[in-house]
Design a protein around this ligand. Structure first.
Ligand code: NAP
Length: 278
């Protein structure tokens, strides 16, 4: 059940881009926060007016004003813009504000340096399916607090699955598997589609068959939670059958190793980007 306190809290979003729009729509549709308690600021006024009208939330003209009005502040600007956005207003944050950063590659200790008085810095990593409420939202806290965790879990409950993680390897793994992971799954989907197209299916047919196969497998795994994914796989794999032959080849070709290697490369790139922001 949603935290009833949340409906009284005021939530401000700095940056009216894609992520803010997805998160705000989910919050409003699920009635977690009423329209009048959502504030939005943005660098360009034109976008601010357009987005705030579309979402029916309160547009504010400056980031300072947004902080003054909000209990929870979500910083949803690109990582390269975060210092320009936050440094000039860092003294405006109150000790008790919950301040959420969506910026990839900016660790909690760097966020703390930006506004050391803030006790409740939170790093959140959403993936793009939050726009259709089937996302994954990972988060970690600067200071452990059950109350802050409860607020974060309720706030993002309408966006998809919410997981608390520790910063470092766990956060990196979550980011690569679920956020970059969406891109990796699209890569696999393109292989499926291309192969079907090479066998006389139109691009539209090939796309539909591909999407339905990935969707069907995911939904089966989701519905049949009692079975492991390996057990579900065994159900479609008869001994010496067609699927078994394909799987054997996938294992011989070490598809798993190739995918793990790609994950590790993505983690290394995340670390490089984090260093560049030093
Ligand atoms: N999109 C994703 O899939 C995804 C996934 C995980 C995490 N994230 C993180 O989410 C954050 C937002 O990403 P996004 O895709 O929503 O970016 P976006 O669509 O580019 O939106 C960023 C917004 O921030 C505004 N902005 C920049 N500087 C500002 C400032 N000083 N004050 C107020 N507003 C400012 C920009 O305004 P103008 O357009 O007017 O310049 C823009 O509307 C990023 O840190 C990203 O790493 C995104």
């Amino acid at each position: 059940m949603t935290n009833p306190l949340l409906s009284h809290l005021k939530v401000g979003f700095i940056g009216a881009g894609n992520m803010s729009q997805s998160i705000i729509s989910s919050l409003l549709q699920a009635k977690i926060i009423p329209h009048e308690n959502v504030y939005l600021s943005n660098r360009s006024e034109k976008k601010l007016i357009k987005v705030s009208k579309e979402l029916d939330v309160q547009a504010v003209n400056s980031n300072e004003e947004l902080i003054e009005k909000s209990d929870i502040i979500v910083i949803a600007v690109k990582p390269q813009d975060i210092y320009n956005a936050v440094e000039p207003i860092s003294s405006s944050f109150g000790e008790e504000n919950i301040v959420i950063s969506l910026a990839a590659g900016i660790p909690l200790q760097k966020l703390k340096k930006l506004a050391p008085q803030v006790k409740n810095w939170v790093r959140v990593m959403p993936n793009t399916p939050v726009s259709i409420k089937t996302g994954v939202v990972g988060y970690c806290l600067l200071n452990e607090s059950e109350a802050t965790s409860a607020v974060i879990e309720d706030l993002f409950s309408a966006s998809g699955v919410v997981e608390k993680v520790t910063e470092g390897e766990m956060f990196e793994a979550l980011m690569v598997a679920t956020s970059s992971g969406v891109g990796f799954v699209f890569e696999l989907m393109q292989y499926w589609q291309e192969w079907l197209e090479e066998h006389d299916f139109t691009p539209e047919q090939a796309r539909n068959l591909t999407v339905q196969t990935f969707l069907g497998a995911s939904l089966l795994a989701n519905i049949d939670q009692a079975k492991s994914i390996e057990e579900l796989q065994n159900k479609v794999t008869s001994k010496k059958g067609v699927t078994a032959a394909g799987l054997e080849s996938m294992r011989e070709l070490e598809v798993e190793r190739a995918i793990r290697y790609s994950f590790e490369k993505a983690v290394l790139r995340d670390r490089e980007l984090a260093k560049l922001s030093d």
